[in-house]
Each structure stands twice: as structure tokens, then as C-alpha cells.
Design a binder for this molecule. Structure first.
Ligand SMILES: Nc1ncnc2c1ncn2[C@@H]1O[C@H](COP(=O)(O)OP(=O)(O)OP(=O)(O)O)[C@@H](O)[C@H]1O
Ligand SMILES: [Mg+2]
Length: 267
């Protein structure tokens, strides 16, 4: 009887430990990416390892050419590593066909780029609906509803019919964020998403990312600006294809910073 109890309590302990452990949404191990250019080999990533837990907000920093975009492209299944393991949501990318990879990209990942990558002469609503067209589990009605919801979430309820040339840079980036959100991805990946924006608009965009993070989205955000990285929770610093630092950030509130610069300007 006693023994039975001890087995039971050990099982409970194990269950508890499993439940308390944060779930890794990304796991990479000894990731390497080389490019052949003529007869030269460029080692863009030289064997890096880290995990991203569900709900984390991470910045990837490093000087130009350190491998940030190369890493983000692999995380976003736009590219594959030359060597090493990449698992997203416990699926090993190595074993996937091109079709499976594009399904993962479409269902699990939302991308935001520096140049917004919006189509010209296309309304915000249509831009946001577009990736959902490739998802045959979503009906026409659901697609419209989801796109409207995503645009509302980024504060563009009254700009749904506007085309990119009828919007400010910040509004175009919000449209791109809505497009990334519409498919309800497990992870948002951003490459210099505030790179084209002035300070105030950058902070507004960072408010939005912090709100999304508060709602539980996992976010990996590439930036070379320390004042943008301070809005995330953890920074991975790359140098010449290696991780040279990976640590917690003393997170600042983008909302508070925004209010502070507005006050300064009105004074
Ligand atoms: N398709 C490619 N073919 C050859 N070399 C490449 C390719 N893509 C990247 N590289 C090289 O890999 C290295 C890392 O490039 P990457 O674009 O990842 O840098 P980055 O950190 O994003 O820089 P930036 O801050 O300027 O955007 C660079 O030396 C680059 O020249
Ligand atoms: Mg880059």
C-alpha cells in the first residue's frame, strides 16, 4: 500500500514538473548556414543553439552582416539550415517537403518586414485576406471576418479600404502586422519592422507588439537599435554568425516611452 502511494506521488510530481516547464515553440541546435559564392564559402551562421518558449518576446541584435536575417529566414521556414536541427512546435523542419514547409509557413508563422511588402493598388482588407486564401479550412465569410478583426486589432478599422499609397508608413506597417496576425500564427517574426519609421511611429508599433505579446503571442524581432530591443524581454546578440550573448532585458513600456516623448514635444 505504502509503495503504491509513493509511486502515485512520484507520478504527480512528474506531472507537475511537466506542467510547470515552459513549452519550447522553437528549438534550434548547432544551426549552420553557408552560402557558396563563386569559389568562396560564406559562413553566415556558424553553429548556434537556443530555444524560444511559448509567449516569449525576443529581440535578435547584431551588426550588419552578423546573420540576423539569415537566422530569421530559417526560423520562418523561408530557408533551410545547411547543418543542424530546427524544430517548430515540435515538428522537425528537416524532414518536410517543400509543400509541407509552405503549409507550416502559412499556418504557424506571421512575417513582418522593414519595407512592409504590401501589394500596390490593393486595399488593406484585401492585403490581409490574401494569406487566408491559401488556407482551405477557412470559408470566404470567415476570411473576411478574420481580416476585419485583425485590422481592428491594429487600430485600422477606419482605413480598411485604403491602398498603401493612401496610408502613412506606420499605417502600412500596421496593415502588414494585421496580415501577419490574420492566420492566427503561433509566432510572429519581424525583420527591422521599425527600420523605416520615425521614433514616435516606431514606439507606436512597439506598443502594438507589446500588446500582442501580452495576449500571449510569441515574437522574434530583429533589430539593430538598442532602444527598440529594450521593449522586448530577452536579447540574443549575434556576431559574425555566432551567439555572443543571450540574456534577459529590463523591459521598458513602449506606451510610457511614447507618452514621455509626446509630453516633451508639447512642452
Ligand atoms: N543568399 C546569400 N548568398 C550569399 N551570401 C549571403 C546570402 N545571404 C546572406 N549572405 C551573407 O551572410 C552574412 C549574413 O547576412 P545577413 O543578411 O543574415 O546579415 P544581417 O545581420 O541581417 O545584416 P543587416 O543588419 O545588414 O540586415 C553576410 O555576410 C551576407 O553577405
Ligand atoms: Mg538583415
Amino acid at each position: 500500500m505504502k509503495m503504491k502511494n509513493s509511486i502515485k506521488s512520484r507520478r504527480d510530481d512528474t506531472l507537475l514538473t511537466v506542467a510547470l516547464q515552459p513549452t519550447a515553440i522553437i528549438k534550434i541546435e548547432n544551426l549552420q548556414r553557408t552560402f557558396e559564392v563563386g569559389d568562396e564559402t560564406v559562413h553566415a551562421l556558424k553553429g548556434i543553439s537556443f530555444e524560444v518558449n511559448k509567449g516569449e518576446f525576443i529581440s535578435i541584435m547584431g551588426t550588419s552582416g552578423s546573420g540576423k536575417s539569415t537566422l530569421l529566414n530559417i526560423l520562418g521556414c523561408l530557408d533551410r539550415p545547411t547543418v543542424g536541427e530546427y524544430r517548430i512546435d515540435d515538428i522537425s523542419v528537416k524532414d518536410l517537403s517543400e509543400d509541407e514547409l509552405s503549409t507550416i509557413r502559412n499556418r504557424k508563422i506571421g512575417f513582418v518586414f522593414q519595407n512592409y511588402s504590401l501589394l500596390p493598388r490593393t486595399s488593406a482588407l484585401e492585403q490581409v485576406e490574401l494569406p487566408l486564401l491559401y488556407n482551405n479550412t477557412v470559408s470566404d465569410k470567415q476570411r473576411r471576418e478574420r481580416a476585419e478583426q485583425a485590422l481592428e486589432q491594429v487600430g485600422l478599422k477606419d482605413r480598411m479600404k485604403h491602398t498603401p499609397n493612401q496610408m502613412s508608413g506606420g499605417q502600412q506597417q500596421r496593415t502588414a502586422i494585421a496580415r501577419a496576425l490574420a492566420g492566427d500564427p503561433v509566432m510572429l517574426l519581424a525583420d527591422e519592422a521599425t527600420g523605416n519609421l520615425d521614433t514616435r511611429t516606431s514606439y507606436e508599433i512597439m506598443c502594438l507588439f507589446q500588446e500582442l505579446h501580452d495576449k500571449g503571442k510569441s515574437i522574434v524581432f530583429v533589430t539593430h537599435e538598442p532602444d527598440i530591443a529594450m521593449f522586448t524581454e530577452r536579447t540574443i546578440l549575434l556576431n559574425d554568425g555566432n551567439i555572443v550573448k543571450d540574456g534577459k532585458v529590463e523591459t521598458q513600456s513602449a506606451r510610457q516611452m511614447l507618452e514621455a516623448i509626446m509630453k516633451q514635444r508639447s512642452a
